[in-house]
Design a protein around this ligand. Structure first.
Ligand code: 13P
Length: 249
């Protein structure tokens, strides 16, 4: 049985004091039957790390460098994230791919580096609107899975969660229908079976992301291949994130 995994990607929001106030509300008022992660921006990681220490709230980062150290102005290494108590890193988010030009190859390097440093990974894939309308959604997502996970062993896969985030559904208020989302999740699971094994496919957690909110989480999570959510906008307020993180499959 796969344990539901709800993650809040705060993106470029929340100062340290805002982050701490939100964490306090989540800890005071939320419950943690599901696995729950928050990914604040880098500047709030240290403060949030101290606030979540010893609690069930898992600390994630939103990105990291392809390298461990050196001449990479403006980048953050996995060693630095570990030093702050970060346990998970989100890699391959569509905003990293589209705005900052991250390719499958770059993302694959990051996945390997994160695992080397014992960071778990939320690995994001998803098609654009043009790709979906062109009938390419399955191919794009499958290619991203194959390329992003190249060279990963079945053992290592247990540290990886996959997040399917159709780009056209992110921050737009448009959600994939639960059926459409589940179809792609099934495609991903089948690909994992082809690359690794049936056991790997049965165990891999696949989150859906893209305008998840309290009003639609139930119908999405009811689908057999949807194991959790990667949430943007609705993760920024306790009143909208708590009903999502507490959702009971
Ligand atoms: P929204 O929930 O705001 O659509 O964002 C989804 C997302 O990109 C999470 O990583």
């Amino acid at each position: 049985m796969r344990r539901s995994y709800m993650a809040g990607n705060w993106k470029m929001n929340n100062t340290r004091s805002e982050a701490l106030a939100l964490v306090k509300e989540l800890l005071d008022n939320g419950s943690f039957k599901n696995k729950v992660l928050i990914a604040p921006s880098y500047t709030a990681l240290d403060a949030v790390s101290k606030a979540v220490e010893g609690t069930e709230l898992i600390l994630g980062a939103q990105n990291m460098s392809t390298d461990e150290s050196g001449a990479h102005t403006g980048e953050i290494s996995p060693v630095m994230l570990k030093d702050l108590g970060v346990e998970v890193v989100i890699l391959g988010h569509s905003e990293r791919r589209a705005i900052y030009g991250e390719t499958d190859k770059i993302i694959n390097i990051k996945v390997h580096l994160a695992l080397k440093h014992k960071l778990d990974v939320i690995f994001c894939v998803g098609e654009t609107l043009d790709e979906r309308e062109g009938g390419l959604a399955e191919k794009i997502v499958t290619d991203q899975v194959v390329e992003g996970l190249k060279g990963i062993s079945e053992d290592q896969l247990s540290a990886i969660t996959i997040a399917y985030e159709p780009v056209w559904a992110i921050g737009t208020g448009k959600t994939a229908t639960p059926e459409d989302a589940d179809d792609i999740h099934k495609v991903i699971r089948t690909k994992i079976e082809n690359i690794f094994s049936k056991n790997a496919a049965d165990n891999v957690i696949i989150q859906y992301g893209g305008s998840v909110k309290p009003a639609n989480v139930k119908e999405l999570m009811a689908k057999p291949n949807i194991d959790g959510a990667l949430v943007g906008g609705a993760a920024l307020k306790a009143e909208t994130f708590i009903p999502i993180m507490e959702y009971n499959k």
